[in-house]
Design a protein around this ligand. Structure first.
Ligand code: PLP
Length: 390
């Protein structure tokens, strides 16, 4: 099968290209350095040291202690492990709070708990995707085991005020889990300052491979492992450590930390160029999400009376990769649960496209997208039953 090589990849909130530096760092562990990190002998012990070096690099990205980092297989596992631990260690507490705009990794666990008789409070958001912090404060009860919120939304890029959320949750003495999958490497995350108990990150969103994630677990937080078995990860996540991928994750975190502010500025400038170009060239479109508090790489834009999936197919003809929402829910013709929670009108919600950038995108690519989009939108509007006609 011939793979496309000339793509303009603007779907980095779905997954990212593995950085060449990451591939290079991982290679020895696929070759001669294949020892088991938990072995007693020197050959394996050397891999154990590589693993601990990677842990230090991951901890540095979020200003945590290396002992607070647990490697997992993906962020879904990290999210599930946090919910599992919080509820298992506090069996008398049968209430959990989360939001309607979370990733399915958390939403599904909420529904699972509801099936088991738990009460889950699903907090809404306003038209810009913002949470009502007073509503959060009022929702917390003596039997609340966990509050789980995302740092930044994968579909709109809206960044929640995590510091204020943490203050509120901690003033009630309740555990807090933060899904930081989209924020990692794009927002400053300082866990010495943020009183968060659990935090999830995925490798494949920060230029490490798919199949590696981490769970931050604050020192002193009681923990029950989701995956039970051997004593790996200090008994907090069983299973032979995936050393090559852990090394890759460490390298990816190191690269992300090296120029976080510079890369934020570069991404925001490119994203704004895309946004301004589309708004200037195409009538009746609307930005979704909080434009003041937004990930620098994300643009979610709705084109009235256009079918989002059709628009993506047209973009695909130009080898431009974007998304109509979360990749995990694409294929369904229902408008995204995030846009629905924000009350985005039907004719706009259906025509939403998410462009998400990475360090590998260039101005030329952005200009190419701006040049092809007006034609695509007007062609689709010409055949749309919902289009306004002159
Ligand atoms: N949380 C958020 C906000 C995400 O965007 C994703 C992936 O899209 C996940 C969790 C799940 O990550 P993974 O696919 O690595 O399990």
């Amino acid at each position: 099968m011939a793979f496309l090589s000339d793509v303009i990849y603007l779907d980095n909130n779905a997954t990212t290209r593995v950085a060449p530096e990451v591939v290079e760092a991982m290679m020895p562990a696929f070759g001669p350095q294949y020892g088991n990190a938990s072995s007693m002998h020197t050959f394996g012990g050397q891999m154990g040291r590589c693993l601990e070096e990677a842990r230090e690099k991951c901890a540095a990205l979020v200003n945590a202690d290396p002992s607070e980092i647990i490697f997992t297989s993906c962020a879904t596992e990290s999210d599930n492990a946090a919910w599992y631990s919080a509820t298992e260690t506090q069996p008398e507490k049968r209430h959990v709070i989360t939001t309607k705009v979370e990733h399915s990794a958390n939403i599904a666990y909420g529904h699972y708990l509801e099936d088991k008789g738990y009460e889950v409070t699903w907090l809404g958001v306003d038209a810009n995707g913002r949470m009502d912090l007073d509503e959060l404060d009022r929702a917390i009860r003596p039997d609340t085991a966990l509050v789980s919120v995302m740092f930044a939304n994968n579909e709109t890029g809206t960044v929640f005020p995590i510091e204020k959320i943490a203050q509120i949750v901690k003033s009630h003495g309740v555990q807090l889990h933060v899904d930081a999958v989209q924020a990692a490497g794009k927002e400053v995350i300082d866990l010495k300052k943020l009183p968060i108990d659990y935090l999830a990150i995925a490798g494949h969103k920060i230029h490490a491979p798919k199949g590696i994630g981490l769970l931050y677990l604050r020192k002193g937080t009681r923990f029950r492992p989701l995956i039970k078995g051997g004593h790996q990860e200090r008994g907090r996540r069983a299973g032979t450590e995936n050393v090559p991928y852990i090394i890759g994750m460490g390298k990816a975190c190191e690269l992300a930390a090296a120029d976080l502010q510079g890369e934020r500025a570069r991404l925001a400038a490119l994203r704004d160029r895309l946004q301004d170009g589309l708004l200037a060239a195409i009538p009746d479109c609307k930005i979704n999400g909080d434009q003041e508090h937004r990930l620098p790489n994300t643009l979610n834009i709705s084109f009235e009376a256009v079918e989002g999936e059709a628009l993506l197919l047209q973009l695909d003809q130009y080898h431009i990769c974007a998304s109509s929402g979360s990749a995990c829910t694409s294929g369904s013709l229902e408008p995204s649960h995030v846009l629905r929670a924000m009350g985005v009108p039907f004719t706009f919600a259906h025509g939403s496209v998410r462009f998400s950038l990475s360090r590998y995108n260039t101005q030329e690519e952005i200009d190419r997208v701006v040049s092809v989009m007006p034609g695509i939108v007007s062609n689709l509007r010409a055949i749309s039953p919902f289009a306004r006609r002159a």
